[in-house]
Design a protein around this ligand. Structure first.
Ligand code: ADP
Ligand code: MG
Length: 581
């Protein structure tokens, strides 16, 4: 670590460079003791309009005095870091003056989280210290240094915020504990799912609907119908911190969610796709948990597909396209949905979440009449209905499927849940009885080529973020990555929830290429996952300064980005035996 200088040194430097050209700020990079804090000025921006500077504020654990049990396992530590981040963010809004001149002058900001509690780099809690990482817009008038203003920001506002958010005694101790234990309860409940034989659990009393289609905040309590499990699917679970909870366990196998339009089917499925994450207290989905490797599947026409074996679903395309090694710059609805499933299997998905609202109809279903008119040998598609059982019986992959329109699926369902005015009912027996009384008449189509988990080996040279010789990676919002000369579109990757995950994915793609060459996609991302577990997300950063704005993505979402990179090429594919893992 560089030598720690006194705050008075920083103050006199700022005085010295006052009114000079903006570049003079470069001189303040370094480490300072500011009262009881350590201030790291890691990166100084080149001008007032450029990306803001990066600073860290650190406080010794001995002063911060957070009870050690609040960070004594990874679930708790991540939750505590998240709590401190939220506290610091709201305090900053009160103690920081904000705009102080041109460009980003005066800005002080942390990476603000949403409804999910994710592993992040914005706050770090170790046994030695608590550290908050921020961006700071060093102030200027025009392009001239405003030294006194900088002094106020760095030497007054920052420590003031730290004093109100980085000491345990400054926070509501009961609320901190409640937050941490609530997150831990969810994380541990999720890990119990497989021993419960369930793919998801939705606690009684959960609030599933959101405020609006563009907000992850909960619908107001007096408007929302709280979730209540039907008695035949009700299970009780013991939470890590002692509480008992009852709710609906969605079993392994083929699950249908049926019901009339607007009765809450998609809302339930969306809650399940978010159930891979932990949520803040008050979100309403605190105890809605789904298997960690559940993947939302949808049609996504127009997407790039590279060397995916989609034969289990699609064969013999009219132009003799090889669907065992299917590559296209613009997939159709059905081929994109097939590719999304095969890529999900490749990444080890054990649960598929499918909503008819976002599926290709011809991929999901072919009824008797259509089978009679268009013979199977003229139809390249083996519909999902004829593979969904094999997926479970042979690969152990369960499905939760929203269907309002096709009762043909009753034949292949293990469990049928009906949403009726936002209340779930178990209608498995009725559906089975109807299926028996009214046969569909359709013939099962299942030519060879069962679903399997293949391994694709990317050509490292095709994952190249260089633009005119320099690595250039940028993100825009949650769903666009500029990767060298390529643009990756993640707008249909529905389980991304945070801009900061997208930033981490972008840098992960750069590092996967150099770090793990000669591996299949699955192995490379498994290795990365283990490295992130051991060393934290910081390792993704290509800069020496801190990455204060990453949130952890799953390896599935990193793979999703790689799969949508248009330049991707493969060296080879290993085709696994059916049922092979
Ligand atoms: P479906 O998929 O069955 O057509 P949606 O899940 O899209 O229905 O829900 C329709 C509307 O009902 C949405 O606006 C949603 O916010 C609202 N909604 C869903 N669940 C609830 C609930 N438990 N309480 C109140 N409103 C709900
Ligand atoms: Mg719907």
């Amino acid at each position: 670590m560089s030598k720690i200088k006194d705050a008075s040194h920083l103050a006199s430097e700022l005085k010295r460079i006052d009114s000079k050209g903006y570049k003079a700020y470069k001189d303040i990079a370094g480490t300072y003791g500011v009262d009881e804090f350590t201030l790291f000025v890691d990166h100084v921006q080149g001008d007032p309009f450029a990306s803001p500077s990066k600073v860290r504020l650190r406080l010794d654990a001995g002063r911060a005095q957070f009870p050690s049990d609040l960070s004594d396992n990874p679930d708790r530590r991540i939750a505590l870091e998240d709590y401190i981040l939220r506290a610091f963010d709201s305090v900053l809004n009160r103690v920081a003056k904000g705009n102080r001149g041109s460009g980003k002058s005066g800005m002080l900001a942390v990476d603000r989280p949403g409804q999910q509690v994710l592993e992040r780099t914005a706050v770090v809690v170790t046994s030695e210290y608590v550290e908050v990482r921020l961006v700071a817009g060093l102030p200027a008038r025009g392009r001239k240094v405003l030294g006194m203003q900088a002094q106020k920001m760095l030497l007054e506002e920052l420590p003031a915020a730290g004093r109100r958010a980085m000491y345990h005694s400054a926070l509501d101790g009961r609320e901190v504990r409640k937050f941490v234990l609530s997150v831990e309860d969810a994380a541990k409940l999720r890990r119990q799912l497989s021993s419960m034989g369930a793919v998801a659990f939705v606690a009684d009393g959960s609030i599933l609907p959101r405020e609006s289609g563009v907000s992850e905040k909960p619908m107001l309590r007096d408007e929302a119908v709280p979730f209540r499990a039907p008695s035949s699917l009700k299970r009780e679970a013991t939470l890590a911190n002692g509480g008992r909870v009852s709710g609906m366990a969605i079993p392994e196998g083929v699950n249908l969610i049926v019901g009339g339009g607007y009765h809450g089917k998609s809302t339930l499925l969306e809650a399940l796709d978010r159930g891979i994450y932990n949520h803040i207290p008050g979100d309403g989905r605190e105890l809605v948990v789904t298997r960690p490797s559940a993947i939302k599947i949808r049609a996504e026409d127009g997407r790039q597909v590279t060397g995916v074996d989609i034969r289990p679903f699609i064969r013999d395309l009219p132009n003799r396209t090889d669907t065992g090694n299917f590559t296209t710059p613009s997939a159709s609805g059905s081929t994109s949905q097939a590719a999304n499933i095969m890529e999900a299997l490749e990444m080890g998905a054990d649960t598929l979440l499918v909503d008819e609202d976002t599926s290709a109809t011809n991929f999901m279903m072919r009824d008797m009449r259509m089978q009679l008119l268009v013979a199977a040998d003229k139809e390249p598609i083996t519909p999902f209905i004829d593979r969904v059982r094999q997926l479970h019986r042979q690969l152990g992959v369960s499905t939760v499927l929203v269907v309002g329109g096709s009762g043909d699926y009753f034949d292949v369902a293990d469990t049928v849940i009906m949403m009726d005015h936002y209340r779930p009912k178990n209608v498995t027996a009725e559906a089975a009885e109807i299926a028996e009384r009214f046969p569909t008449g359709r013939a099962e189509e299942s030519p060879g080529g069962m679903p399997r988990r293949n391994r694709r080996f990317p050509d490292p040279d095709s994952i190249d973020a260089r633009h005119r010789g320099r690595v250039k990676v940028k993100t825009r919002g949650m769903s666009t990555i500029q990767f060298g000369t390529e643009t990756i579109d993640l707008s249909s990757v529905e389980q991304l929830v945070d801009f900061s995950q997208t930033r981490a994915i972008a840098d992960a793609l750069v590092s996967v290429r150099s770090r793990f060459p000669d591996m299949c996609i699955y192995d490379a991302l498994e290795h990365l996952e283990r490295e992130l577990d051991q060393k934290g997300l910081d390792v993704l950063s290509p800069f020496s300064g801190h990455p204060g704005d990453y949130a952890r993505p799953r390896c599935m979402e990193i793979a999703a980005a790689l799969n949508r990179l248009r330049s991707l090429r493969l060296l080879k594919t290993e085709y696994m035996r059916t049922g092979g893992g």
